[in-house]
Design a protein around this ligand. Sequence first.
Ligand code: ATP
Ligand code: MG
Length: 692
Amino acid sequence: MTTEQPSIATIATSNALAARELEWAQNSPELLLEHAAINCGIVRTRFPPEPNGYLHIGHAKSMNMNFRLAFEKLGVPEENRRTIFRYDDTNPDAESAEYIDSLRRDLEWLGWEPERTTYSSDNFQTLYELAVKLIHKGLAYVCDMTKAEMEAQRDLAKRRSSALAVGEDPDVEAPIPSADILPGRNRDTPVERNLKLFEEMKLGLHDEGSLTLRLKMDFESANPNMYDLVAYRIKYTPHPHAGKGWCIYPNYDFTHGICDSLERIDYSICTLEFETRREPYYWILWALDMFRPKVYEMSRLNLEYTVLSKRRLLKLVDAHHVRGWSDPRMPTISGLRRRGYTKEIINTFCNDVGATRAMNVVQMDKLFQVARQTLADTTRRAMVALDPIKVVICNFAELAANSRDGGMTFDVQNSPTDASLGSHTVTLTEIIYINSEDFQLDSNPNFYRLTPEKPAGIKYHGGNLVCSEVIKDGMKVKELKCHLDVSEGRPKPKAHITWVPSDGILCEVRIYNHLFLEPEPSDRWEEELNPESETVHSNAIVDPSVLSLVDKKDVDKWKSNQAFQFERLGYFVVDVDTSFDSTTKEGKLVFNRTVSLKEDKAVKKVSNIEAEQKRKRDEQQRSAAAARDILMTIEPGDLFKVAPEYKGKYSAFDDTGLPTHLADGTELTKSARKKLEKDRAKHVKKFAKTNQ
Ligand code: ATP
Ligand code: MG
């Protein structure tokens, strides 16, 4: 029986462990043998989302890695692959039953089949017992430091460790006066006291925030995650899964590794921001002498023009910037589903993106391209008029009488490239509707569609539509009187426009654009939302043939997210939202655009706004550069007298030109003068470099 854990090569490249970490990460031969005997050749990963929001496409990347890619990289035969779906539910404040349900629904919808579903909270009792074990070992203690004290302690430890790293005196001043801030007054308290207090915490005898259980780790570490992590805190919030039995909850770091070990996980894969948590992960399992899975980090999926963080997405929902987690503009699995993205599209995209440690932002167009490729072969076509103009074909009766079959019905293949998808019929009627964009009053030579002067062909019927009268309602074109030219010598039209017959179905069509104006939303992301991320065409008319696939009375049928290609407009899906007014459920058909046929005007519009923003940024950069140039002409002795940044702030200077008094006459403190001296020293360097 082999007891070695092979590595996931492409991720492993930067997975070098520090010497100490290496020791903690090492499984003893006994542990390896025991693990191998239990797993019997099975290789196990896990996908552990916290139920504090809905899953997004970044999670889909993680699922693709944990359910498929990792095994492929490791060469694990299909029959030996196992993945646990774990709710990492240790923070009842942020978690809810709604999120628990949504996570499961989305995972199943994406087609992943976990070996089993577990909850971290199912291990609360075991975790508690292991914490007691650590107290017994002298590796955990109950701490009564306040949050502010702990922050100060952390800050101090950080400054000491950076001083040590550069060979400076580690005896830095404490940020707040306190007798025993580092290593803290509770660190070396007796085991009995800690057992007693921890028991009292569990029994609810102490207030929230008054006590924590901390791990006795290492304040001299370069990794702040080793500064005596809090393993347990008091919280009087009932748990959405575990119920009311607990008022102390383990934190993420304490729980995560232990659950991995208990569940016999071989490879614990997370995203790069957890890299510094690897050390405490291994420390905890080392301290408890438990099996240590191999930890790997891969880069997070970042996607242009959106945010992939549950915390930010929740803000969008709470601030009503979108209509909930499943709004089609959201990058959540449920939002994408409602927008018409199938599991094939999402999983293919994730597979294409792969899993490496390279940090990058993936272009949204990559996802769009996968969608187009997938939908092109599977959707059936239909014609729609987004903003319809009524067209009366004045010679219709005459044409109909002359046509051999007495009608104007055409058989249209559902997919022009795949006859096996069948066909549907479209029928020309005396009154038809065309899209307002296909008609223009002015005869612009670059406009190839219908104008009062220029005829246009109409799709599926060979004739030319010739406009003879325009009826307006104010400025708006309301109706066109036309005739169909079917004469032998009619001109060859430059364009064929789409149309919908008089029995077309009234519907609403929602066209989506990027949620954000910036490809990489900044810290001020809420100000960068695209105000035109959704355009609603509420009086659109669609060809009645769609009803053969969409039964208006049977909403359940639409749950399959029936998709269409609306000719010249893109791929659309029937909206299955039942929570928003004027939805499909209420009898009005609603279609969401999944993706345009190719990069469309709306996207270009965003590009224009971006171009404007870029222009502004460039201008700011130029003026900042100009200010820097001016600064470089200022002699160091005059810096505080003439540089725009300081000018007018001071009233007196010493011989070297260093300010001694503020403009209002107040004397500058020693530290303020020191800071200015530093500023001047920097300026001296730059000045010398520029003017040498
Ligand atoms: P969020 O910030 O969105 O809440 P998280 O990392 O806290 O993300 P969890 O629910 O804890 O989310 O994540 C479950 C798993 O999914 C973790 O292993 C996490 O690393 C992974 N994951 C989350 N976001 C991404 C992403 N954008 N790309 C790849 N993996 C991700
Ligand atoms: Mg999280």
